[in-house]
Design a protein around this ligand. Structure first.
Ligand SMILES: Cc1ncc(COP(=O)(O)O)c(C=O)c1O
Length: 434
């Protein structure tokens, strides 16, 4: 086990600097939990440096938060980045355009639900949600309905960490309390039940009708609520939302940032219901996990509404918009995905997770075990001890990031059957010891 990181800095020094200077997601400053130092990654394995208990390699059960669907250090994606790097790494997008961005927009339009025609390239998932909200509010403002500026969502959701996305995250998640009085106040329906329930469908319909005069849009994660609780729901609710939004003159936004690019077994989760939203956000796996990039797609109707306004432009333009490196690798990642039988691969992972997680339902403290596509979830009846659960998974040779009452995995699609079984053992170990 090397105790010097690949860059040459002793691991202990690197960790000390990290603790003193570097914020980690949802972390205190200075840091209290020691992160693992990743030296390199290839295929489904992360190579860990140092003596801090976990030397060697870990099988990645997280796809770096849903993004690395093809695994790490993929020759095709590496080549796409290298090739683009030889041309240009970046140019501004105002007044200029380039083939990677145009090619990416064309691919997204071709592969997404029928009717989504226009693409705004953003720099992260949260920003793509901000752009989606801005599109919807501006659409109504341009049509002379500026009072339609609130959003409706259901509880249990997660849409990112910037301002508008935070306002539609699950209000029980802590962030709302912290920011109450500062965040926009949105309209919340109850969390969607797993199975179809007519009473819940009526509740959605009624609430949308009741608030239609002030609603710009309904925004939800379709079929799978991710970081808000890893819950699955009947796709039939998406049809209910579509009907209610159409009936009451409200736009519908699907946040496919986690669910997009095959994760649930359909290319986009909207396909499970055959519904086209007015606006759709994608991110995470868009670049195969190589670089940060997201996109907001919309229909011609939404764009047309905006163009009729006093200010007929979409007033948003990030400095790194359409970054050619990210766009080039996104094109390569999409081609890689569509060029293989990804449906069979995701089904294989689904079957492997069902088999390897079955044992978890026998464990004390386990409330539910659920699998959909390449997503496996074990829900406990108590808050997990994150450090103990992570250690248990690492002892099994797997990287997991349990949180709240959840141990979950969404492995890269290239994960082999033996590694899937190993991930299953690690999830069970984390659920037992966490
Ligand atoms: C459904 C959903 N929306 C939005 C986001 C925010 O994306 P990002 O972290 O790239 O800003 C996430 C990230 O976890 C997500 O899962």
């Amino acid at each position: 086990m090397p105790d010097v990181s690949e860059a040459g800095l002793p691991v202990a020094d690197l960790l000390d600097l990290d603790r003193r200077h570097v914020w980690h997601p949802y972390g205190p400053m200075p840091g209290r939990q020691e992160p693992l130092v990743v030296e390199s990654a290839a295929g489904v394995r992360l190579r860990i440096a140092g003596e801090s208990g976990a030397g060697g390699e870990l099988v990645d059960g997280m796809s770096s938060w849903w993004s690395a669907i093809h695994g790490y250090n993929h020759p095709v994606l590496n080549e796409a980045v290298r090739d683009q790097l030889g041309r240009m790494s970046h140019v501004m997008f105002g007044g200029l355009t380039h083939e990677p961005a145009v090619g990416l927009a064309k691919r997204l339009v071709d592969m997404s639900p029928e009717g989504l025609e226009h693409v705004f390239l953003a720099d992260s998932g949260s920003v793509s949600v901000e752009v989606a909200v801005k599109m919807c509010l501006q659409h109504w403002r341009s049509l002379g309905r500026p009072e339609k500026r609130r959003l409706l969502t259901w509880r249990g959701g997660y849409h990112g960490d910037t301002w508008q996305p935070m306002s539609v995250c699950d209000p029980e998640g802590g962030m709302h309390e912290l920011w109450s009085g500062s965040l926009p106040v949105q309209v919340f329906a109850d969390a969607p039940p797993t199975e179809y329930d007519q009473a819940y469908a009526d509740h959605l319909h009624d609430l949308i009708g009741q608030h239609a005069h002030e609603l710009a849009a309904v925004i939800v994660e379709p079929v799978v609520q991710g970081a808000g609780g890893m819950r699955f729901h009947s796709p039939a609710y998406l049809r209910v939302l579509r009907e209610a939004c159409d009936a009451h003159g409200v736009l519908l936004v699907f946040d496919e940032i986690a669910t997009g690019f095959g994760r649930t077994g359909a290319l986009f989760a909207a396909e499970h219901a055959g519904v086209t939203p007015d606006v759709m956000c994608v991110g995470k796996a868009l670049t195969g996990g190589y670089m940060t990039m997201a996109a907001t797609l919309c229909t011609a109707r939404v764009a047309d509404g905006i163009s009729r306004g006093e200010v007929p432009v979409l007033a948003h333009g990030p400095t790194f918009m359409g970054n050619p490196l990210a766009a080039a690798v996104a094109c390569a990642s999409i081609d890689l995905l569509l060029g293989q039988d990804w449906v069979t691969e995701v089904k294989r992972i689904e079957a492997g997770l069902r088999e390897s997680l079955a044992a978890a339902s026998e464990l004390p403290g386990v409330r539910d075990v659920r699998v959909l596509g390449a997503i496996g979830v074990v829900q406990l009846d108590h808050e997990i001890d994150m450090a103990a659960a992570t250690r248990a998974a690492v002892r099994e040779g797997v990287w997991l990031r349990p949180f709240r009452d959840l141990v979950y995995t969404m492995p890269p699609y290239i994960t082999g059957d033996e590694d899937l079984a190993r991930i299953g053992r690690a999830v069970c170990a984390a659920a037992r010891e966490g």
